[in-house]
Every structure is written in structure tokens, then in C-alpha cells.
Design a protein around this ligand. Structure first.
Ligand SMILES: Cc1cc2nc3c(=O)[nH]c(=O)nc-3n(C[C@H](O)[C@H](O)[C@H](O)COP(=O)(O)OP(=O)(O)OC[C@H]3O[C@@H](n4cnc5c(N)ncnc54)[C@H](O)[C@@H]3O)c2cc1C
Length: 272
């Protein structure tokens, strides 16, 4: 089936064209879309792209940073405002993939991909949708509706810079080092107040159809000092309420078995 390519100068026009057609796909860096084209994926017949370079902008305002959906993992690594996310971006693929893979595309990448999105989930990012009236959506809501919602164009994501850089931690677990795909990724934002965790946010990649919160882990850590006893309790409920997938990298059973071990490693790592 031939695929038509539509190129727009303005983000709003691309957003309108995308939302008007269920069989259209937006082209980010193309690491997944072009693979689908090569594999003769029949689920879309139109590719929509936009020339507006502002889709790649990264803007810091106070303690909030807005990252254009077209910013690549390499753009994130190169930007000093995003030093806290650089280790996450570095964990995505190899150099060639990072030069193309965008932040926007990562939001849509099916499991086991989505490492960067897991970090955005732990950091409580807002996803900004393009359109006549652009609007911000909590990343949880965006991910919940992602695979059944309208064909919306993501313009950017806004994320709060952690006040204390050591409060944010990220770990990618893969079998092939350094650029294998995730068995799981774990991102944790654990700000301390008076020596206790206050507002724990912990997210997994590759442990569900989209990145997901580890709700039981968050509950186990919140209000506790980050000590051996609290970490042990958190590790014991590492997969509570979750239904990890079985794929070519690992079975659901394996993911359940090892999640607590990796979570413990992340939580006991020296705070930087
Ligand atoms: C060899 C290889 C290794 C990889 N390793 C990793 C890895 O380690 N970790 C990981 O997380 N991912 C990995 N990926 C997957 C992928 O490269 C990344 O998830 C990447 O961030 C996807 O971004 P993209 O711009 O290339 O997406 P594209 O291929 O352009 O698009 C992917 C999907 O997102 C949609 N989309 C893209 N941008 C927007 C937007 N602004 N608004 C609305 N929809 C949009 C597209 O329509 C499409 O459905 C890998 C891929 C390959 C090929």
C-alpha cells in the first residue's frame, strides 16, 4: 500500500490534519515509524510531518523546563538545563538512535520502549498537546488514553527540575550492555523533608503496556526515612498491582522475580 507524506509549515495545521485522520501517523525522528513503513504496516496510509523548528526548542523558566516534542535524546544530553535527564536520554539506544529518537516519539513507543517516558512519569511531567487551543495534560492521563484517544499531536512536555538533584534516580535493566532494550527501567523521584520521603513518585518502563506508576512502592516509601527497613518493605511490594508483559526479552514471571532486586539497588545507591 502506498504511503502519502504530507508536510506542513505550521504545527497547528499538522495537528489539524493528524486529528482528522485515524490512518495518519506523525513523523518524529522516525526510528519506529520508518521501521513500520519498511515492514509494510497496514495500520496507516499517511505520514504527517512539520517543518517548524520550534518543535525542537528547549526552554527553561524558573524551575520548569519545557522540552519540544521534536527534541532528540542527543538534544537533551547536550542541554545544561536538562542535566538531570541526561543519564536517562543516554540510556536510549545507541548514538545513531539517540540522534533521531525524539521525546515526543518516546511517549508513544510501545513496551519495552519508553525509558524516557518512565522518567517523565516519575517527575510528574505535563504533556502539551498542539491544536487551535493547546492544552496541558497530566502524563498519567495522557498515557491512560494514549492508545485509544484521538490522534493528537504532542507539542512539548513540561517538567519540574528537581530541587535536589539527588532526589531523582534512574536505572535501566537490560541484558545487552550498553545499548540493549529494557527488561525494565525504574525512575524514582524521592524528595526528602525532615529526613523523610515526602511525595514519592516511582515509575517503571516495560512493566505494562505503557510506563506505569509503582503505586504500592510509592505508598511504602512515603513518609518514611529512606533506610534499610523502608527499602526492604518497598522491594517486597515491587510488582504489587502490576501485570508485567512477556516479550522476547523476558517473561512476566522473570520481571516479577527481579523487580524487587533492581528496585533495592536503585534505592540503596549512594545519593549523589
Ligand atoms: C535500534 C533501536 C533501539 C531502541 N532503543 C530504545 C531504548 O533503549 N529505549 C527506548 O525508550 N526506546 C528505544 N527505541 C525506540 C525509539 O527509538 C524511541 O522510543 C524514540 O524515542 C521514538 O521516537 P521517534 O521520534 O523516533 O518516534 P517515531 O518513530 O517518529 O514515532 C513513534 C510514534 O510516536 C508518534 N509520534 C512521534 N512524535 C509525535 C508527536 N510529537 N505527536 C504525536 N505523535 C508522535 C508517531 O506517530 C509514532 O506513532 C529504540 C529503537 C530502535 C530502532
Amino acid at each position: 500500500m502506498p504511503v502519502r507524506v504530507e508536510t506542513y509549515d505550521r504545527i497547528e495545521d499538522a495537528a489539524r490534519a493528524l486529528s482528522a485522520s485515524r490512518s495518519a501517523r506523525f513523523l518524529g525522528g522516525g526510528t519506529l515509524v520508518m521501521r513500520a513503513v519498511n515492514e509494510a504496516d497496514q495500520s496507516f496510509d499517511t505520514i504527517i510531518r512539520v517543518r517548524d523548528a520550534s518543535l525542537r526548542d528547549i526552554r527553561a523558566e524558573g524551575d520548569r523546563v519545557t522540552i519540544g516534542a521534536g527534541a532528540t535524546m542527543s538534544d537533551v544530553i547536550a542541554n545544561r538545563e536538562l542535566a538531570f535527564l541526561a543519564p536517562v536520554a543516554r540510556a536510549v539506544g545507541g548514538p545513531a538512535v539517540r540522534n533521531m529518537a525524539t521525546v515526543g516519539g518516546n511517549l508513544f513507543a510501545a513496551s519495552p520502549y519508553g525509558d524516557f517516558t518512565a522518567a517523565l512519569l516519575a517527575l510528574g511531567a505535563t504533556v502539551n498537546l498542539a491544536g487551535a487551543v493547546s492544552r496541558g495534560v497530566a502524563i498519567e492521563d495522557f498515557l491512560r488514553d494514549r492508545d485509544r484517544g484521538a490522534n493528537a499531536l504532542v507539542q512539548s512536555v513540561t517538567v519540574q527540575r528537581p530541587h535536589d538533584a539527588s532526589a531523582f534516580r534512574f536505572l535501566k535493566v537490560s541484558r545487552v550492555k550498553p545499548k540493549g532494550v529494557s527488561v525494565m527501567s525504574i525512575a524514582a523521584y524521592l524528595p526528602l523533608s525532615g529526613g523523610r520521603v515526602s511525595g514519592a513518585r516511582v515509575a517503571y518502563g516495560a512493566m505494562g503496556p505503557t510506563p506505569v506508576h509503582a503505586v504500592a512502592v510509592e505508598r511504602a516509601l512515603d513518609g518514611q526515612p529512606l533506610d534499610a527497613a523502608a527499602i526492604e518493605r518497598a522491594a517486597a511490594v515491587a510488582t504489587e498491582g502490576l501485570d508485567p508483559p512477556t516479550d522476547a526479552l523476558a517473561s512476566s514471571w522473570y520481571r516479577r522475580q527481579v523487580a524487587g532486586v533492581h528496585l533495592k539497588r536503585l534505592l540503596t545507591a549512594e545519593r549523589r
